[in-house]
Design a protein around this ligand. Structure first.
Ligand code: DHB
Length: 399
C-alpha cells in the first residue's frame, strides 16, 4: 500500500476511534480497493425507532436488487453492510465514519431522514466516498457535499403538482400543516408559493413537531379556520396517525378536504388507513399502483420476497440507488472515490416509478411527478395515478 495512503488511513482510524472527532478534521483518503476485495456498500438506516419502516423498506429493496442482479459487480463480491442509526443524527455520522475508515466501503447509502443525511455529508467529502441518499428529501441536501447523489426525491419537486391541482380544482383557501423540519418547510414554502401564484389563499401555516407529534391542537386550529382544504406533509409512516385524528376531529365532516404529498398516503400504511383515506388527492413520484410492466414486476417480486409487504416510495429510492451503484461500479471497473461518483452522474434508466435521470450537474434526480387519488380497487386501497407533470427537476435548487 502507498505509504501516504496508509498514514491517511491511520489518521482517519484514530479519528474514528476518538469518535467525537469533528468530521471537518478528517484527512481525505481515496477509495481504491485492490482486486479480489469485496465491493462494500454501507447502508445506514433507521431500522428501529419511530422511522423504522423507512429502514425496513429500503433494506428489503436493496436485498431484492442484489437477489435479482447477482452479488458480484465488476468482478467483485458485493457486501452489503446494514447499520441501524435508530434515526439519531450523531449515530448516523459515527456509523458512517466507521464504515469509511474501518470497513473502507466504496459507497455510503441509505439516510432515512434529512438531519441524518446532513450530519453525514462532511464524512462523504472528507473520505472522498460517494454517498447515495435514498430517502432524505430536503432540497439542500445534495449541495452539502459534491459526493452526494440522490435517488429518492425532493419535497419541492413533488409538492408543485398538488399545488397546481388544488388551484385548478375549486380549492381557494388552504391551511398548510407540516412536520417542523427541512422537508416540511420545503413543502410549506413550495405549496404556498405555487398556490398563491395561481390565485389561492393560505389561511394559516402550521408546523407540528417531528418527534411524538400530537396533531389534535393543530387540527382544531385548521377546523376553526374553515379552509376548503388542508395541505399536509408528514414523513413516511406518520400519515396514519394524522389521518385518524383528521377524521376523529370531524374535519372531513366539516367539509375540509385533505390534500397532501404522497408521504402522507404512503403505500406501506395506506391499506390500513380505512375509508377516511378514500378520495385523498396527493402528488408524488411513486405509487405501487403505477401501471407499467416494470413496476408490476417490481411490486410482485418485492411482495413475494417480503411476506406480502407492499413497497412504498422509500423502497423505490433504495432499489434505484442500488441500480445507480451497480452500474457505476461496472463503469469504474470496481474503483471507488471520484471514478465511482462520476459514473453515477448522468445515468438514465427506467425505474419502477417511470423514466428517471441523475442530473450530472446537481446530482439530484429528475423524474415524473404524478397526481393520484386514493381508491378502493379489489378491496384494497391504492394511490391511483390520473395525471402527471413530466420530467420535474427540483425547483428548490439555487443554481
Ligand atoms: C424525509 C423523510 C421522510 O420519511 C419523508 O417521507 C420525506 C422526507 C426527510 O427527513 O427528508
Amino acid at each position: 500500500m502507498n505509504p501516504n495512503r496508509r498514514t491517511a488511513l491511520t489518521t482517519l482510524a484514530r479519528a474514528a476511534a476518538a469518535g467525537a472527532a469533528a468530521a471537518g478534521a478528517l484527512p481525505a483518503v481515496a477509495q481504491t480497493a485492490a482486486p479480489g476485495e469485496p465491493f462494500k456498500i454501507g447502508l445506514v438506516l433507521p431500522m428501529t425507532g419511530p422511522f423504522a419502516s423507512t429502514g425496513r423498506q429500503i433494506e428489503a429493496a436493496a436485498r431484492l436488487y442484489i437477489a435479482q442482479n447477482g452479488d458480484t459487480v465488476a468482478g467483485r463480491k458485493v457486501q452489503l453492510i446494514v447499520k441501524d442509526d435508530a434515526g439519531v443524527a450523531d449515530t448516523t455520522r459515527r456509523l458512517s465514519q466507521e464504515l469509511v475508515v474501518n470497513e473502507k466501503v466504496a459507497v455510503l447509502a441509505g439516510f432515512g431522514l434529512t438531519p441524518l443525511a446532513l450530519a453525514t455529508a462532511p464524512i462523504a467529502t472528507q473520505g472522498k466516498t460517494p454517498m447515495v441518499v435514498m430517502a432524505a428529501a430536503t432540497s439542500i441536501i445534495t449541495e452539502q457535499s459534491p459526493y452526494i447523489v440522490r435517488t429518492g426525491f425532493t419535497l419541492p419537486q413533488v409538492t408543485l403538482g398538488i399545488a397546481e391541482w388544488a388551484a385548478k380544482n375549486k380549492i381557494r383557501k388552504v391551511v398548510t400543516l407540516v412536520s417542523d423540519y427541512g422537508p416540511g418547510i420545503d413543502a410549506e414554502n413550495t405549496f404556498k408559493q405555487r398556490f398563491t401564484l395561481n390565485g389561492g389563499q393560505i389561511a394559516a401555516e402550521l408546523r407540528v413537531p417531528l418527534r411524538n407529534p400530537d396533531f389534535a391542537p393543530f387540527l382544531q386550529r385548521v377546523r376553526d379556520a374553515q379552509p376548503d382544504a388542508m395541505f399536509a406533509f408528514v414523513p413516511s409512516g406518520v400519515g396514519s396517525a394524522l389521518m385518524k385524528q383528521f377524521s376523529e376531529r370531524g374535519l372531513d365532516k366539516a367539509g375540509i378536504r385533505l390534500i397532501a404529498t404522497g408521504d402522507v398516503v404512503d403505500d406501506d400504511i395506506l391499506n390500513d388507513m380505512g375509508d377516511v383515506a378514500v378520495g385523498v388527492v396527493s402528488s408524488h413520484h411513486y405509487s405501487a399502483a403505477h401501471p407499467s410492466p416494470a413496476n408490476k414486476r417490481f411490486v410482485d417480486a418485492f411482495m413475494k420476497a417480503n411476506n406480502g409487504m407492499r413497497p412504498n416510495f422509500m423502497a423505490v429510492g433504495g432499489y434505484d440507488g442500488m441500480r445507480v451503484i451497480y452500474e457505476a461500479a461496472k463503469t469504474s471497473k470496481g474503483a471507488g472515490g471520484e471514478a465511482l461518483l462520476n459514473a453515477m452522474k448522468g445515468q438514465i434508466f427506467e425505474s419502477p416509478r417511470g423514466q428517471v435521470l441523475i442530473d450530472a450537474q446537481t446530482r439530484d434526480i429528475v423524474q415524473d411527478v404524478y397526481i393520484r387519488k386514493v381508491e378502493r380497487v379489489d378491496g384494497k386501497l391504492w394511490n391511483v395515478e390520473f395525471d402527471k407533470m413530466a420530467a420535474v427537476k427540483d425547483p428548490g435548487k439555487t443554481k
